[in-house]
Write a new protein. Structure first.
Length: 380
């Protein structure tokens, strides 16, 4: 697509970054300023004084090189309004995701559309690690000060940490709805959250689709999902204009996500391009992840390709076990590796490491070395 000039808007970590983005977004919605390109960091805004009415967000780069996604105001407001309509009525959101990501930006926009001002979890953008204590510090006052529904968007790692703390879990249960995106929510973690009283809605989407546009497997009103050659194609008013310096989407985003319909709900099977070569044979990281995610002993998992002098690349699965912790992690690792062999084939047998939690980047997504791919799957 044509590459317009967008000023770079530096966004510091923490609550200060939320204030910067809130002010810029409020002015953009009111027509008092042009668009901007969100960039983590500090300093003055740089670039042209005027730009198209759009926000540029860099994809996380968790599956490849970051790319600038151009999101017109109309696409952002369509996504924000459809999401709110799907979970209840307008109300304030606690911003616990980086506001330089689509998930965090949408919490700001939804709050502004509801006539309020967003509240920051103090660690957004990497200012602090997400802990049960910092979550309680931000969530409890907002819930006390609000009579109506209050919302939050999280990633799976944040849900996991909240559930490890009884007080944080009780506070989380008071949110009218918790959107969870960024990566797949395992059945074990979903069941644990539901048993604790958390009202969780899983979302599927990306920066390119205007954030999560499929809630619990059901597309939002106005959003179309077609499966072509096994891959999901998303269409509708929420779709980004395109990439900076790249082709326009023209209202349709052809994802690299393999998906299918089951009982009227969209099931995402994993990225089509998550394939490595092990000893000259193709190995699907997504196929391995599907087997592990379905095991009741697993709360969370990330499967990556690692370099190997002998095999070229090998699959390495990092697994967070469901409670209680396994007495012998090595036995669980062997059980899971054998399950992959039984359900896929012996070429897909991964190396399995049982870990306390997955390392994450500032967006909350797994920060593990991965084989190159593209896009920014999963956003609330």
């Amino acid at each position: 697509m044509h590459e317009p000039a967008f000023p770079s808007l530096p966004v510091p970590a923490g609550a200060a970054g939320l204030s910067v983005v809130t002010a810029a977004l409020r002015d953009l919605l009111a027509g008092r300023r042009g668009g901007f390109h969100l960039r983590p960091g500090t300093g003055p805004e740089t670039g042209p004084a005027a730009a198209p009415a759009a926000v540029v967000i860099d994809t996380s780069g968790s599956t490849g090189l970051p790319r600038g996604v151009v999101l017109p105001v109309a696409a952002l407001t369509a996504s924000a309004d459809a999401g709110v309509a799907a979970v209840g009525e307008p109300g304030p959101w606690l911003t616990a995701l980086p506001v330089t990501s689509i998930g965090g930006l949408l919490t700001v926009l939804r709050t502004l559309r509801a006539g309020g001002s967003p509240t920051a979890w103090p660690g957004i953008g990497g200012a602090l690690p997400f802990t049960a204590a910092t979550f309680r510090q931000a969530a409890a006052p907002l819930l006390r000060a609000t009579d109506g529904p209050v919302y939050i968007s999280l990633v799976t790692t944040q849900v996991h940490r909240i559930l490890q703390d009884e007080a944080a879990t009780e506070i989380a249960s008071r949110f009218h709805r918790i959107l969870v995106g960024g990566s797949s929510l395992s059945p074990a973690l979903a069941e644990r959250a539901a048993a604790a009283g958390l009202r969780v809605t899983t979302t599927y989407g990306s920066s390119e689709t205007g954030g999560g546009v499929v809630y619990d497997g059901v597309p939002l009103p106005g959003v179309g999902v077609a499966i072509e050659d096994g891959l999901a194609r998303i269409s509708g008013p929420t779709i980004a204009a395109g990439y900076l310096g790249g082709p326009a989407f023209a209202g349709v985003f052809p994802s690299h996500d393999r998906a299918e319909w089951r009982d009227g709900r969209l099931v995402v099977l994993g990225r089509d391009d998550q394939v490595i070569q092990t000893g000259g044979r193709k190995v699907s990281l997504a196929a391995i992840q599907r087997v592990l995610m379905d095991d009741p002993r697993v709360l969370d998992v990330a499967v990556v390709g690692e370099e190997s002098a002998e095999w070229g690349q090998v699959a390495h699965a990092f697994v967070v076990a469901a409670p209680p912790p396994p007495a012998e992690p090595a036995d669980l690792a062997e059980h899971l590796a054998a399950a992959v062999v039984a359900q896929v084939d012996r070429n897909h047998r991964p190396r399995v490491s049982v870990v306390a939690e997955l390392p994450t980047g500032t967006t909350g997504k797994p920060a593990l070395r991965q084989s190159p791919a593209g896009g920014d799957p999963g956003a609330s």
